[in-house]
Design a protein around this ligand. Structure first.
Ligand code: WQD
Length: 338
């Protein structure tokens, strides 16, 4: 497997994965509509790897654009990152989320089948576990109703791809359930670069750290967790990227449908993260305790034994390294990637 189409390949996780693919000898081809990413990421990928990947500025829901890409390139496999991903926004705009995330995937698979491309990695999410009955969660645990349309789209796409793989066992599908991706490339050239005020914890903390935001609001300290604040499994984005390369190797064994949690296996609370960030970067992160955020759950973190056993993959970096890389990226890009 050599030529890998990466949808959403200029995004936070996508661009890191493109770098990792190049470093592992693959040829990534990027399709991205720049809805939540920037074209300026492309020369940064070249600066890191020396390679300027082929880039198509198109929408994955555009079937003709997809056909053109598959015609012009002999695609061996696809990593599908492209999709709307903001939990809060999905509650306000369910129709946009369901149509964009589902239709893009359905059209992508349709064109893959037309060209006989049999290997797909889907970017799923820990949100498919909804409110987990127990933590850490394993891939065999029941999936509960997601607390938002974003999570529902991931759940539905998992079911759709599972049925497609059942009907055609030669179609290899890997569902990768990411926990909370954080950090950035050690060069400081790539990192989490949300538009506007960040929804996620780490980019928000990073903007407080450089003085762009005044203080962090901690959404609730009355959860049933050791210090009352929310517990999540924060995984360094470079580890997440390498998990995709390990998965491509697994798909070459024609496994049919496979599902993996990509996390560290450790839970970290908001307060623990704040302290780790302050210590790692020698900065002060002022915060105020605020009411809980709608849709949040107390705790979710991964059992990662299966990825270790079947992919030979484990997360190498801890949250301290991720805090260093997140801060380094933010300092070097105070107003985001230009
Ligand atoms: C983490 C913790 C908050 C911000 C979501 C999606 C997941 C993925 C990552 C898409 C929680 C607390 C946060 C803040 C806070 N999204 N928090 N103040 O909600 O676990 O996961 O984003 O790829 O699929 O579900 O991530 O970073 O928003 O929150 O106190 O300003 O930090 O309550 O406990 P979340 P998050």
């Amino acid at each position: 497997m050599k030529n890998i189409l990466v949808t959403g390949g200029l995004g936070f996780i996508g661009s890191e994965t493109v770098v990792c693919l190049i470093e592992e000898g693959y040829t990534p081809i990027i399709i991205d509509n720049l809805y939540n990413s920037k074209k300026a990421v492309l020369p940064r990928i070249k600066e890191i790897t020396g390679v300027l990947p082929k880039f198509y500025e198109n929408d994955v829901t555009d079937e003709d654009a997809l056909r053109k890409i598959f015609k012009e390139n002999k695609i061996d496999g696809v990593i599908h990152f492209a999709g709307y991903k903001a939990v809060g926004e999905s509650v306000q705009k369910p129709l946009e989320y369901y149509s964009n995330n589902l239709i893009s995937t359905l059209k992508l698979v349709k064109v893959m089948k037309e060209f006989g491309v049999k290997n797909l990695i889907f970017s799923s999410s820990a949100t498919v576990y909804g409110l987990p009955k127990r933590v850490p969660v394993t891939e065999e645990d029941e999936l509960n109703e997601a607390t938002n349309p974003y999570g529902e789209t991931k759940f539905m796409i998992e079911r759709i791809l599972g049925d497609i793989s059942k009907a055609d066992p030669s179609f290899n599908v890997a569902l990768l359930r990411y926990f909370n991706p954080i950090g950035g490339h050690p060069s400081g050239l790539l990192g989490e670069d949300p538009n506007g005020i960040p929804n996620n914890l780490l980019p928000y903390i990073s903007q407080v750290a450089i003085g762009k935001l005044d203080h962090l609001n901690i959404f609730g300290d009355d959860y049933d967790t050791p210090d009352g604040t929310g517990v999540r499994d924060y995984i360094h984005v470079v580890d997440l990227a390498s998990g995709h390369v390990a998965t491509l190797k697994k798909l070459e064994t024609n496994p049919g449908l496979v599902i993996y949690n990509l996390g560290t296996g450790k839970g970290t609370s908001v307060l623990e993260m704040v302290k780790a960030y302050e210590k790692a970067n020698n900065v002060k992160i002022p915060y105020e305790i605020k009411p809980r955020r709608a849709g949040d759950i107390a705790a979710n973190y991964a059992n990662v034994d299966k990825a270790k056993r079947e992919l030979g993959w484990v997360a190498k970096y801890d949250i301290v390294q991720a805090c260093l890389d997140a801060y380094n990226f933010q300092k070097k890009n105070p107003d985001g990637i230009k």
